[in-house]
Design a protein around this ligand. Structure first.
Ligand code: GLU
Length: 424
């Protein structure tokens, strides 16, 4: 048993959606909740000091009724250890299924990773490459451009995507296979706008939510929890839409600048010093103080399980845009709904990443590449439609946005499942 089990959280969300849809069949509920396949591998690596070290890796393939499995690969060492990570990738693969369904891209859900923290462990480039290629070798039989298409996630980048693609291509008769993975560098068949995609998608969602609540984005105050890829680009694009960023955090601490700051300036500070802390004009606060600061828009862009019941009760924002996966515990949702805080659930708020991953895969498959605007506009269309569909559902059934988005997504997967039936 692991504490704060993310897979239990994901399963509860599936069951809630089934309640909304009137799905009573226990077997169908179980089918929708459980991954189709969970692969756990050991990866021996020759370290620079000549010793062998064995790492544990995972790939969870949750559902492929609507298309090939799709989802990231993270290199991380969650506090709960390897067993926690197993449950985490199961949960994250489930969320990918619903994420693809809510924004209506024809893909399923997968997620994987290695229990390792490349930041704190300071692995050399050579060790990282041997680890990545070792992992790619171990999962090569279950991935493929028509089977399962990984992507970047926590602490993995275009470099790892390239090494996985190259390993896969070499194992498969040297066939050029850019469509086996997304989030690649542009020179390797990547898509324009993929690097900004998650944050840009979050900004589009927040814009739609502000419209729905009749809140002006001009001058709206934004707090970014986390300062990785998703939250920094959410900050940059929300700023372009007129909002003002007043707080941010990273693994080293949290800061607030009551009169606001330019995201670009904080990025430069972090590049120079390694952290957002000590940014000129800022005061350092605790994570809880950051989250509960009075603002209009809160963007949790870090890891899972950040907003519990206690924090939920004290939040003073109007909109939450979940740029991270699973930042809100199930116990917090009813409190937020009662307090009229509009939560744009992760499966919608951070789906810009997988939307553009989908477009990257399409471009790889046709061998023809679109401009930044073409890609961004296509993503905007998918994501705003996803938001409006979920918002309508939430109003119609008087339920929160998470339940609404989940119910719609589950409905779309059930439709595909029922068309195919069970075989063999
Ligand atoms: N890792 C990202 C996510 O959680 C992207 C997945 C993808 O592009 O396939 O949504």
């Amino acid at each position: 048993m692991v504490k704060n089990d993310p897979f239990e959280n994901a399963t509860k969300q599936v069951n809630d959606a089934c309640d909304v849809l009137g799905i009573k069949d226990k077997g169908l509920r179980e089918y929708l909740a459980m991954p189709n396949r969970l692969l756990r591998v050991k990866i021996p690596v020759k370290m620079d000091n000549g010793k062998i070290r064995v790492f544990t890796g995972f790939r969870s393939q949750h559902n492929n009724d609507r298309g090939p499995y799709k989802g990231g690969i993270r290199y991380f060492d969650p506090k709960g250890g390897v067993e926690y990570m197993e449950r985490e990738v199961m949960a994250l693969s489930s969320w990918m299924t619903w994420k693809c369904a809510i924004v209506d891209v024809p893909l399923g859900g997968g997620k994987g990773g290695i229990f390792v923290n490349p930041k704190t462990e300071k692995l050399s480039d050579g060790e990282m490459e041997r680890l990545t290629r070792g992992f790619a070798y171990k999962i090569a039989e279950v991935i493929g451009p028509r089977k399962d298409i990984p992507a970047p996630d926590v602490y993995t980048t275009g470099r790892e995507m390239t090494q996985i693609m190259d390993t896969f291509s070499k194992l498969n008769d040297n066939q050029y296979s850019p469509g086996v993975i997304t989030g690649k560098p542009i020179s390797m068949g990547g898509s324009l706008a993929r690097n900004v995609a998650t944050g840009l998608g979050t900004a589009y969602c927040v814009r739609e939510a502000a419209k729905a609540l009749k809140i002006k984005l001009k001058g709206a105050k934004v707090v970014l929890q986390g300062f990785g890829n998703a939250s920094t680009f959410a900050g940059i694009y929300l700023e372009k839409m007129g909002a003002k960023i007043i707080g941010a955090s990273d693994s080293k601490g949290s800061i607030i600048v009551p009169n606001g700051f330019k995201t670009e300036k904080l990025i430069a500070h972090k590049e120079k010093t390694g952290s957002v802390v000590n940014f000129p004009g800022s005061k350092t606060v605790s994570t809880e103080e950051l989250l509960t600061t009075k603002c209009d828009i809160l963007i949790p862009g870090a890891l899972e399980n950040q907003i519990d019941a206690k924090i939920a009760k004290n939040l003073k924002c109007k909109i939450i845009g979940e740029a991270a996966n699973g930042p809100t515990l199930p116990e917090a949702d009813p409190i937020l709904y009662k307090n009229k805080i509009l939560v744009i659930p992760d499966i919608l708020a951070n789906s810009g990443g997988v939307c553009i991953s989908y477009l990257e895969w399409v471009q790889n498959n046709m061998g023809y590449y679109w401009t930044f605007d073409e890609v961004a506009n296509k993503m905007e269309a998918n994501i705003t439609k996803g938001f409006r569909d979920a918002y309508e559902m939430s109003k119609k059934h008087k339920i929160d946005m998470r339940k609404a988005a989940m119910a719609l997504a589950v409905q779309r997967v059930v439709e595909a499942f029922e068309q195919k039936g069970i075989w063999p």
